[in-house]
Design a binder for this molecule. Structure first.
Ligand SMILES: Nc1ncnc2c1ncn2[C@@H]1O[C@H](COP(=O)(O)OP(=O)(O)OP(=O)(O)O)[C@@H](O)[C@H]1O
Ligand SMILES: [Mg+2]
Length: 233
């Protein structure tokens, strides 16, 4: 059976005003991308090529100048900000280079947070968070605050948090950019397991070719467009 297209990006452009104020920086110039259920797509590209800008647009965090993004075939930017935020909380999980965990809360509380925002029952949110953290080898660290965790552990908590609400897509911006080789390997094998267990699609921004080579598809963001989609696996 043909797999569902979870995420579609169609002719997306993004311009920013230049510092001088008169001109415009044309960062994205017609990006097209299709990501199917449980696919892991890597995006590489030089610094400043627009990878983070694209990821924000794919995740409904920043409007494109033109073009559109679809989740499960539905155009997202036609929605009002409140509705878009609601859809985002249901469909998308984010993992950033720096974990963005809330420092005052424990690991399990951080992971529960997206579910509590969605008004899931407390006990249900707690069970889900515990299950995810256990899967990520964090069973003994449930009640540690971020400052009491190593960098790799913090990143595993933020991946667990991205999965709390059973998203269909994870958008990860250099999730291993800050980690050593061993932690990078751990995170990568967790990502690969995840799509099996959770059936989740992943868009992974990385500057590491070895990581990109392990993904299903690999794109390069260059001159404002995505090139190549040679299937690696
Ligand atoms: N809000 C903004 N206003 C103006 N220019 C911006 C804005 N956000 C990004 N840019 C510019 O757009 C370009 C792309 O930025 P972006 O952060 O997407 O790059 P990147 O590919 O993620 O780079 P890196 O690999 O260093 O993270 C940069 O030149 C940046 O200065
Ligand atoms: Mg970036």
């Amino acid at each position: 059976m043909e797999k569902e297209t979870i995420l579609r990006c169609s002719a997306v452009t993004k311009n920013f005003k230049s510092e001088a104020g008169d001109g415009e920086l044309k960062i994205l110039q017609g990006v097209n991308l299709d990501v199917k259920q449980a696919e892991i797509a890597a995006i590489v590209g030089s610094s400043g090529s627009g990878k983070s800008t694209l990821l924000h647009i794919l995740g409904g965090l920043d409007r494109p100048t033109s073009g559109d993004v679809f989740w499960h075939g539905e155009s997202i930017y036609k929605h009002k900000p409140d509705r878009l935020a609601e859809l985002r909380n249901q469909n998308v999980g984010f993992v950033f280079q720096f974990h963005h965990l809330l420092p005052e809360f424990t690991a399990i509380e951080n992971v529960m947070m997206p579910a509590l925002i969605k008004e899931v029952k407390f006990s249900e949110a707690e069970n889900r968070a515990e299950e995810l953290l256990e899967r990520f080898g964090m069973k003994e660290r449930l009640h540690h605050r971020p400052s009491q965790l190593s960098g790799g552990e913090q990143q595993r908590v933020s991946m667990a948090r991205a999965l709390t609400n059973h998203p269909s897509i994870i958008l990860a911006d250099e999730p291993t950019g800050n980690l050593d080789e061993k932690n990078t390997d751990t995170i990568l094998s967790l990502l690969l397991q995840l799509r099996e267990i959770e059936n989740v699609a992943i868009v992974l921004i990385t500057h590491e070719e070895e990581i990109a080579a392990k993904c299903d598809t690999r794109y390069t963001l260059q001159n404002g467009v995505l090139e190549g989609s040679e299937t690696v696996l």
